[in-house]
Ligand binder design. Structure first.
Ligand SMILES: Cc1cc2nc3c(=O)[nH]c(=O)nc-3n(C[C@H](O)[C@H](O)[C@H](O)COP(=O)(O)OP(=O)(O)OC[C@H]3O[C@@H](n4cnc5c(N)ncnc54)[C@H](O)[C@@H]3O)c2cc1C
Length: 404
């Protein structure tokens, strides 16, 4: 039986996920870790987004004892999907595969190299692009903006599927859900963590992977307090508000990309774009997406309720398309990332010193996650994942120096 036949058979039996998780466990991490590099002791990971899950994958491969404390009732963080909105799964958070960002954690290598037959990606290249400016809708030449749209997307799966099917099954029993960490005491040899639910956990090392907004809001109390120079850097970082909206219409009356005002100007301060979410997908549906982050998202997220947000969006689209939005409206979904209590925004727009931001505390508490990539590769999934490789590499090296 070849691999494809094997997968087909085991998918039918509902056994594909553990099998695929085993396939992933053969991913070589040697680029980052020598086979000798390890650590004897217990690690607690705070947060089960991409960074936390990637860290769990590495630790389980290395047979290091670990647990994950996740504040919410789900894993994935900013990688999230909805299956039943359309006839294809939709990414409510990360959606594009940003090959132009150089981070390449081993866990994602096959995906980026286009060698993963279970998770094919296609080159995202819209051909119709309109600009709404000064009350006029102008058709523009999409190819002129190829550098912005020179991106990739999953053909029929999602970022969430990739992690949920390949990575999470092997580590799921180590995730403690509904466990928001409120306190990290690293004043003694062991690190003691307290959750909002009153539980206490003890570890030799801790990897904190929460969004930078959680640190900026001082949700977690560190004992001793974080060094002043580190809090200064944390506070410098900008993780703006933002949201995504998907609307189903019975007719397609919009271009593949719709930009309000000036795309190039806007892209500097965040993303702000309406886009045909069905581009490259096998579907009979008409789904328009809206991605807004940065200053331009304020007009939506300041409205607070999802009802108020969709009303505003529909009014905006009706103005541009002469009432066609209301005429052809079927249904919508709003994913307001600012309103997620343990996320509170979109992604970091690099402002701080990447190295200072992620400096470990007394070789006991380490930082990873989207904003914490020590080379400043923020924004993307692969940067969040790679930041965990880099933080654990530091952890193992420091432990090896101390002889444990
Ligand atoms: C709208 C949007 C669009 C995006 N588009 C793309 C894209 O197209 N391509 C791309 O590559 N990337 C994209 N990204 C970015 C990408 O999603 C992130 O870089 C990545 O998912 C971040 O992973 P992370 O693990 O660092 O953080 P998160 O996913 O935020 O995970 C952090 C976890 O920590 C948990 N947590 C928070 N506080 C606590 C606490 N006190 N105790 C315990 N747990 C806690 C949270 O609940 C969360 O599960 C997008 C993000 C957004 C929001």
């Amino acid at each position: 039986m070849n691999r494809e036949e094997f997968l087909k058979k085991f998918t039918v039996l509902g056994l594909a996920s553990p099998f695929m998780a085993n396939l992933l466990s053969s991913v070589s991490n040697e680029e980052f870790f020598g086979s000798e590099e390890s650590f004897e002791g217990k690690v607690i990971i705070v947060g089960a987004g991409v960074a936390g899950i990637s860290a769990g994958h590495i630790l389980s491969q290395k047979k290091i004892d670990f647990e994950i404390l996740e504040a919410s009732s789900v894993h994935g963080g900013r990688v999230k999907k909805i299956d039943d909105f359309a006839d294809f799964p939709i990414d409510l958070g990360a959606e594009w595969v940003h090959k132009f960002i150089k981070a390449r954690p081993p866990i994602l290598k096959s995906l980026f190299d286009g060698e993963n037959p279970d998770y094919p990606i296609f080159r995202y290249f819209p051909e119709t692009y309109s600009l709404w400016k000064d009350g006029e809708l102008k058709e523009k030449n999409a190819s002129k903006h190829w550098y912005i749209w020179n991106d990739w997307k999953f053909t029929q799966t999602t970022w969430y599927d990739f992690f949920d099917e390949l990575v999470t099954p092997a580590i799921k029993e180590r995730i403690n859900y509904n466990s928001p960490v409120k306190e990290i005491d690293y004043s003694s040899e062991k690190v003691v963590l307290k959750t909002a639910t009153g539980k206490e956990y003890t570890a030799d090392k801790v990897l904190v992977t929460v969004p930078i907004k959680i640190l900026q809001n001082r949700y977690i109390k560190f004992i001793p307090a974080l060094p002043e120079k580190q809090t200064k850097e944390i506070d410098k970082e900008w993780m703006p508000n933002g949201l995504k909206v998907f609307i189903e219409f019975s007719e397609k009356f919009y271009p593949e990309v719709l930009v309000l005002d000036n795309l190039v100007e806007r892209i500097v301060v965040g993303n702000y774009v309406y886009y045909d979410a069905t581009l490259g997908k096998k579907t009979a549906k008409n789904i328009l997406g809206l991605l807004a982050d940065g200053h331009e998202s304020e007009k939506y997220v300041s409205l607070k309720s999802d009802e108020a947000i969709i009303k505003f969006v529909m009014k905006e689209l009706d103005e541009i398309f002469d009432g066609k939005a209301s005429k052809y409206y079927v249904k919508h979904i709003v994913q307001n990332w600012t309103a997620e209590p343990f996320i509170q925004g979109t992604y970091s727009h690099r402002k701080a010193s990447a190295k200072k931001l992620s400096a470990p505390l007394d070789d006991k508490v380490y930082f990873a996650g989207e904003a914490m990539h020590p080379k400043g590769r923020t924004i993307a999934v692969q940067g969040a994942s790679e930041s965990s490789y880099l933080a654990l590499e530091k952890m193992f090296e420091a432990a090896a120096k101390k002889g444990r």
